[in-house]
Design a protein around this ligand. Structure first.
Ligand SMILES: [Zn+2]
Length: 243
């Protein structure tokens, strides 16, 4: 599978044009069509670290009820999509145009959506519980389907990319050391007697205490695949402890 780094992906997503509040709903999720764009489209590296706030709608209303120029009453229209709010208004007195968005976007990808989805996944949280929490607190966010799309299109490819990069770095270090590997292997399975036949098999460098490879298969097959992979990579084994 060809990995697609975040900077090279743009999700085309049609927003609802109507200037009204839209309740997020599984059945109303738009169709996502990923397309490639140039590498310079994602420059805002501080978006993740930037502080975000939970703001009440009534508090936003206070900010937008008057024209910034002349102070006249301003009739603003609001549009909500997932965690995104945009406000636009036009002053009939001085013709000033007011436009505001609650979060940055990469193309049509909502940065807030991506950051929340990444935070849920990287924290190991149950997405349904987190989304229910948002729902109970009336905090606007995306649906589970949108989360799954973000996970498939961005998060998993990014994790895989970083994992492979670190793995190659480790292999290079091992080869340069010139010493054969001392590896240990073991399997992680679900509840014994239930699906214990299947699980993840991992082998570890017992000198550096780092995982070398993980295979998601049956226990013995996992060991075979891990060892075959290490030998394919040109790593020499001195002994192997199997549990
Ligand atoms: Zn005005």
């Amino acid at each position: 599978m060809k990995l697609r780094p975040l900077s090279s992906i743009l999700i085309s997503k049609k927003f609802n044009d109507s200037f009204s509040f839209i309740e997020d709903d599984e059945s109303k999720d738009p169709t996502w069509t990923p397309e490639f764009v140039g590498p310079n489209d994602v420059n805002n590296n501080n978006a993740t670290k930037e502080r975000k706030f939970i703001v009440f709608e009534s508090c936003i209303e206070k900010l937008i009820q008057n024209c910034r120029n002349c102070g006249q009453d301003l009739a603003c229209l609001k549009s909500v999509k997932d965690s995104f709010l945009s406000v636009s208004g036009h002053c009939v007195n001085c013709n000033d145009v007011f436009e505001w968005e609650s979060q940055p976007q990469f193309g049509t990808l909502l940065v807030g959506n991506l950051i929340i989805a990444a935070a849920i996944l990287f924290a190991g949280c149950n997405v349904r519980k987190i989304l229910r929490l948002f729902q109970h607190a009336s905090i606007q966010t995306f649906s589970e389907r949108t989360f799954n799309n973000l996970q498939t299109l961005y998060l998993i490819p990014t994790i895989t990319s970083v994992y492979r990069f670190k793995q190659n770095q480790l292999f290079r270090e091992i080869k340069e050391s010139g010493h054969p590997l001392r590896v240990g292997g073991d399997a992680w399975c679900c509840y014994p007697g239930y699906t214990a036949k299947y699980g993840s098999y991992s082998v570890m460098d017992l000198t550096r205490l780092k995982i070398l490879d993980i295979q998601l298969v049956q226990e013995l097959e996992g060991l075979k695949r891990c060892l075959a992979f290490l030998m394919e990579e040109g790593l020499k084994l001195s002994n192997c402890h199997i549990w």
